[in-house]
Design a protein around this ligand. Structure first.
Ligand code: SF4
Length: 247
């Protein structure tokens, strides 16, 4: 059998490095959507893994970071190469895309193909986000609650501080930002939403979306009996752009 050259070996080692694009683990893709990146026709890639466990998560099948990928990066990149000139953007969603060390390399390759880059994140890894921000054109950032209340939703101590630090990093970077809050029983009344919205507006958030839990595929199936939540908004909405997402 022919011995492998040093170059072949080095290429294989690079491809198997956890931060190589080829290491990105995907659960699937949406080939074309206008709903994941405002104003752009996009393909959405769904990344495996998330450190949090929100009861309303509707992508529970993506949360396990160790499962076998349904799609590998080579297939996704080939798909994107065939869509050059037909799509505007690629959105990295999840799960939590920033959980994977391979994300920046995959984003850089998608950007090199000519696509704008969108990111859906909950912001659990502020330091990684700092590295990713120069590669991103638009971010949809979930802010789930006031910082102290996060563990009641994510199940993870300190998660609120991480998410709000990520918010500040995105605001400081100037990357286009939409902040979303998913309504959660107990955190859905105007007396809770008013100070949450005000704290976001004070931080500099201009574009904000309040969204209903989607009733299908919930991580906590018992939540379904309490949906849909009645939406009772605060009197003052302190954002230049506000919308309610009910789908
Ligand atoms: S809703 Fe988002 S942050 Fe929460 S468990 Fe699902 S993917 Fe993770």
């Amino acid at each position: 059998m022919r011995e492998r050259s040093n170059l072949e070996q080095a290429t294989t080692d690079l491809a198997s490095a956890p931060d190589a694009a080829e290491a990105l683990r995907l659960g699937g893709l949406t080939a074309m959507t206008t709903g994941d990146y405002p104003g752009e026709l996009a393909a959405t890639l769904f990344c495996h893994g998330c450190p949090w466990r929100c009861p309303y998560c509707h992508n529970a099948h993506l949360l396990d970071a160790g499962q076998a990928p349904a799609l590998d990066w080579a297939e996704a990149r080939e798909f994107l190469a065939r869509r050059q000139g037909l799509l505007d953007a690629v959105v990295f969603s999840g799960g939590e895309p920033t959980a994977q060390a391979a994300l920046p390399a995959a984003m850089a390759e998608a950007r090199a193909l000519g696509f704008k880059i969108g990111l859906h994140t909950g912001g659990p890894f502020p330091r990684r986000l700092t590295r990713i921000l120069p590669l991103v054109d638009w971010i949809g950032l979930d802010i789930k609650a006031l910082p102290a209340d996060y563990p009641l939703i994510t199940g993870v101590p300190g998660s609120g501080e991480q998410a709000w630090e990520s918010l500040q990093l995105v605001l400081d970077s100037g990357v286009d930002l939409e902040v979303r809050t998913t309504l959660m029983p107990g955190f859905d009344h105007p007396e809770y939403l008013a100070p949450l919205m005000q704290q976001l507006a004070d931080a500099g958030v201009a574009r904000y979306v309040l969204q209903q839990c989607r009733p299908h595929s919930l991580l906590d199936p018992e939540l379904r009996a309490r949906l849909p939540l009645a939406i009772d908004l605060p009197q003052n909405i302190p954002f230049a752009h506000f919308s309610l997402r009910q789908d």
